[in-house]
Design a protein around this ligand. Structure first.
Ligand SMILES: Cc1cc2nc3c(=O)[nH]c(=O)nc-3n(C[C@H](O)[C@H](O)[C@H](O)COP(=O)(O)OP(=O)(O)OC[C@H]3O[C@@H](n4cnc5c(N)ncnc54)[C@H](O)[C@@H]3O)c2cc1C
Length: 342
């Protein structure tokens, strides 16, 4: 009862909301991206501002509660939600302010990659974020942060200039190269173990507005050739290109090989390179030193549509050709085939 009374006092002191298991919104607030994680905090504090975070940390410490910190909710291990205890939920905190003159941005912890990009791109600016737009910038940056721009500009944490962070003693501090430098070192890759970050300041770069990107899909029996070609392509790709490949299953159950390609150079250059690759029997020197068959033309909008059609409707699938083959490899790229029925 004493706890309930002090919880009520605590709740009344916040701009945000306190949710308990019987409250509306509790169920959706406790859910995270990994649906296998099914945990129920005793209390969820939906913070509206840094003052709420300070109050939540102080209250949880005074009550000796276990604390889980939640921002974008994409922890695969489920470390942003606890059973019993306190969930400090920063997902409502979505403030963001771009300074185009300094090419920096101050972003609150509740933003997702898509929300962050939308604001910075309004000024033609961007920095390294994840490859999936729904991931939270907070956990991603605190863990390092690998993304499409990483080969050019480094990890998300390499672009971090400062954080505002509430440490376990309930103090809101700024950490940067000049202020609380040890703490700043720790949050750049050390995860969420050093306090609750309320906002991040990043360096931005001029990117876009047009980038060349697309999803490619091949039938699984082509995996060996495609993955060899992928290896050859990535060995020689320029720094403003990134590529991922993997084995998967299409939404309608067809085993597939998936490639995702990205290029943020000048569109003209990427297109010229792709068509040169397409016409040439010889390796292109621009896109990839070892490229025989072009990735860029395969990641055009048209190819992307075809690739997506492949995952959506197995009968309409005429698989794209391979990306590149090694100069030293005598094997020709795999010819396009129809998707195979399972
Ligand atoms: C579909 C998917 C795609 C992904 N793609 C990428 C990718 O492209 N690149 C990449 O680098 N990673 C990627 N990841 C991994 C992802 O970056 C991490 O899981 C990251 O921790 C998620 O951050 P979050 O804020 O969404 O998660 P949350 O679950 O909210 O938090 C994750 C961890 O960070 C801590 N934390 C969260 N917010 C704060 C805060 N404000 N202060 C202190 N600690 C905090 C939490 O306590 C928890 O331990 C991906 C994950 C998924 C599920």
């Amino acid at each position: 009862m004493a706890v309930d009374q002090s919880l009520e006092t605590f709740a009344n002191s916040l701009r945000g909301a306190v949710l308990r298991p019987a409250d509306q919104g509790y169920e959706s607030a406790r859910r995270i991206w990994n649906a296998m994680i099914d945990r129920s905090p005793a209390v969820i504090v939906r913070c509206a501002d840094p003052a709420d975070v300070v109050a939540a940390v102080n209250f949880a410490r005074a009550q000796q509660q276990v604390v889980a910190v939640h921002s974008g909710g994409h922890s695969a291990a489920g470390s942003s939600v606890c059973d019993g205890g306190f969930m400090i939920d920063l997902s409502p905190m979505k403030g963001i302010r771009v300074d185009p003159a300094r090419a920096t941005v101050r972003a609150e912890a509740g933003l997702t990659g898509a929300e962050f990009d939308a604001e910075t791109q309004a000024f033609g600016l961007a920095t390294t974020s994840g490859v999936v737009s729904t991931t939270g910038i907070a956990g991603l940056t605190l863990g390092g942060g690998i993304g499409w721009l990483g080969r050019t500009y480094g990890l998300s944490c390499d672009n971090l200039l400062s954080v505002d962070i509430v440490t376990a003693d309930g103090q809101l501090r700024t950490a940067s190269a000049d202020e609380n430098a040890d703490l700043f070192w720790a949050v750049r890759g050390g995860g969420g173990n050093f306090g609750v970050v309320t906002s991040f300041e990043y360096r931005l770069h001029r990117v876009g507005p047009t980038v060349l990107a697309g999803l490619l899909v091949w039938p699984r029996p082509m995996a060996l050739d495609v993955l060899r070609a992928f290896r050859a392509f990535t060995e020689g790709a320029p720094e403003n290109a990134s590529a991922y490949a993997g084995l998967g299953t299409s939404p309608d159950g067809v085993p597939i090989v998936v490639g995702i390609l990205f290029h943020h150079g000048r569109p003209k250059k990427a297109r010229r390179c792709s068509s040169r690759c397409a016409r040439s029997d010889r390796p292109s020197r621009t896109w990839s030193n070892r490229c025989r068959t072009p990735p860029p033309s395969r990641c055009s909008t048209r190819s992307t549509r075809r690739a997506i059609a492949c995952t959506g409707n197995r009968r309409s699938c005429a698989a794209s050709t391979t990306m590149c083959s090694r100069r030293s490899s005598p094997a020709p790229p795999p010819a396009p085939r129809r998707c195979q029925q399972r």
